[in-house]
Ligand binder design. Structure first.
Ligand code: NI
Length: 226
């Protein structure tokens, strides 16, 4: 399931992040991928060990922790701390699938990448090209979101970033392991949760909403690995 999560960061938060990022040194994005990735990846990134990146990443994860739509869709168990990339002057990233297991720096922990996230830190008018293209069973989706918005998509999807032909595309990207491994089960829980919310909004608290909430939690108990 792909999901657009709007307004993860406020305009003010985006401005602050960008001011810091634009004043920071970037490195060749090929540093963080294997040999196959290095052949198709042309961009710049903040180094994985960057103290600035760590601080900005905390702001992003803090904002996500308070975002009920994101939580409902992702059911996050643990994250790889957010990284940051920048594409300009024709830079791009060819068709690829993200690595299935990543280590979480400084923890000795490994994480299965169930979901990939791209958080846009620039507006669509700031650059030409640079669409994130995600291929799934329903076809090809091109994504270009307002600053502060996030796209969530299964890490199993093939995807690419089209060349940025004008301006600069600046984003944060990261992965998470979900409490629910299976994308279909997670999508069912998301739909159930969202419909319970709508039912409550329409009818207020009622026996049916309570019963369905019980059903939601019992399914989550059955399917989650924590
Ligand atoms: Ni990728």
């Amino acid at each position: 399931m792909m999901l657009h999560v709007p307004d993860v960061l406020s305009a003010e938060q985006v401005r602050e992040l960008r001011a810091t990022l634009d004043a920071t040194d970037w490195v060749d994005g090929r540093e963080t991928v294997g040999e196959q990735g290095a052949r198709i990846k042309r961009n710049r990134q903040l180094p994985e060990q960057s103290a600035v990146g760590h601080e900005l990443g905390k702001t992003i994860l803090g904002a996500l922790a308070m975002n009920p739509l994101f939580f409902s869709a992702a059911l996050p168990l643990r994250f790889v701390p957010p990284l940051f990339n920048r594409y300009e002057g024709g830079e791009h990233y060819g068709l690829h699938v993200d690595g299935s297991v990543r280590s979480v720096p400084g923890t000795g922990q490994q994480l299965r990448t169930d979901l990939s996230c791209t958080l846009f830190l620039c507006d669509p008018e700031d650059y030409q090209g640079g669409e994130l293209e995600v291929v799934d069973t329903y076809g090809v989706h091109e994504v270009k979101l307002p600053a502060g918005d996030l796209i969530l998509y299964p890490s199993s999807s093939l995807h690419r970033v089209h060349p940025v032909t004008q301006g600069a595309r600046v984003c944060s990207f990261f992965w998470l392991q979900s409490m629910v491994r299976d994308d279909r089960q997670r999508a069912m829980l998301f739909e159930l949760d969202q419909n319970i919310l709508k039912l409550r909004a329409r009818l207020g608290e009622c026996e049916e909403a309570i019963a369905l909430t019980g059903h939601y939690h019992n399914l989550l108990r059955m399917w989650s690995e924590v």
